[in-house]
Design a protein around this ligand. Structure first.
Ligand SMILES: Cc1cc2nc3c(=O)[nH]c(=O)nc-3n(C[C@H](O)[C@H](O)[C@H](O)COP(=O)(O)OP(=O)(O)OC[C@H]3O[C@@H](n4cnc5c(N)ncnc54)[C@H](O)[C@@H]3O)c2cc1C
Length: 294
């Protein structure tokens, strides 16, 4: 709260940083105050009920009660998943291997295949930028969509989020741990794990594309980029399209942010020239004075 006051008093722009997994910062830096919230509390709400339910479940009295877990915005998402699995709480393991904090993950409503984080979030505490007031809000307040949440108005910052998870017996929890491990392995093989901000462009909305495959609109940005053969080959300076994933750009060593932007612009132009659709960034561009992409 005092950091927000300081920024307001000194008329500074604010950037709230999670783990920096989904951002590209301009070569000129960010002109303002960067706040990295150290909100690292992680707890099961109503522990007594949780323990009673777990005992009943292990003795097979009944099935899958739900449990609430509250996580501070600064908690690493992987740690949250491990905490849940170690307490027999299932659901979030679908997001295993996605880098970032709880704050950054709620901001973009992380997704993996059909799973969206908003399917698990029941309530949250947010701080209002203008007033410093702390509000308790429910899922609908966020107006979640694919890659969307109300945090993107930059008028509110996440303090904590509460997730509703399924309590399981130990055997089921062991299977879920195995699944988390498999997803991490799959991702390590499919995606670059460093010097990248993940998917650079967002997938299309169904109404934005003409191409249909098996009577379904082809919404995946990587599909179009792959068709153009960019994977592992298109490069500007040390900025290159990953050899593992056509929608991920990697810094091979000394790429500037401008190199990455120039590469992304070239990808936009070529996709437009070939498919008449315009890629839009998913990666957040921080500190750039004007829009760098088309
Ligand atoms: C290799 C790789 C793979 C990825 N795979 C996926 C994937 O499969 N699915 C997916 O959805 N994403 C994926 N991503 C994107 C990324 O992991 C998510 O966007 C992540 O949740 C970002 O979290 P962060 O803490 O690093 O946020 P940052 O990158 O630090 O910030 C992102 C945005 O969140 C805002 N923010 C951070 N904390 C708060 C807060 N407390 N309150 C309000 N706003 C806040 C920041 O201001 C910024 O605007 C991937 C990224 C990488 C690098």
């Amino acid at each position: 709260m005092s950091a927000l006051d300081f920024a307001r008093t000194n008329n500074l722009d604010i950037f709230v940083l999670g783990e920096g997994a989904n951002i590209l910062i301009s070569d000129a830096g960010f002109d303002g105050l960067v706040i990295k919230p150290k909100l690292n509390k992680l707890k099961i709400l109503d522990v007594q009920k949780y323990q009673e339910n777990l005992q009943s479940l292990e003795s097979k009295n009944y099935l899958a009660p739900e449990v609430l877990v509250q996580a501070g915005a600064g908690v690493n998402f992987g740690e949250l998943i491990d905490f849940c699995l170690n307490n027999n709480l299932l659901g979030l393991e679908e997001f295993s291997g996605i880098p970032g904090s709880v704050g950054g993950s709620v901001y973009i409503n992380i997704h993996f295949f059909e799973f969206l984080l908003s399917q698990f979030l029941v309530s949250a505490e947010v701080i209002e930028r203008q007033t410093g007031k702390i509000l308790t809000v429910d899922n609908s307040w966020f107006e979640f969509g694919y890659d969307q949440s109300k945090l993107q108005t930059h008028q509110y910052y996440l303090i904590s989020a509460t997730f509703k998870l399924k309590l399981a017996d130990s055997l089921t929890a062991a299977f879920a741990k195995g699944r988390a491990h498999e997803i991490r392995r799959y991702r390590a093989h499919r995606y670059p794990n460093k010097n990248t901000c993940g998917s650079f462009f967002r997938n299309f909305r169904a109404h934005e594309v003409k191409l249909q495959i098996n009577q379904k609109p082809m919404i995946y940005a990587a599909y179009y980029l792959d068709k153009l053969g960019f994977k592992g080959s298109l490069r500007i300076g040390d900025a290159q399209v990953s050899h593992q994933h056509a929608n991920m750009l990697v810094n091979l060593g000394s790429a500037s942010s401008q190199n990455l932007i120039d590469l992304a612009r070239q990808m936009q132009q070529q996709v437009y020239a070939n498919f008449e659709i315009m890629l839009q960034p998913e990666c957040l561009l921080i500190g750039f004075k004007e829009s760098q992409l088309i």
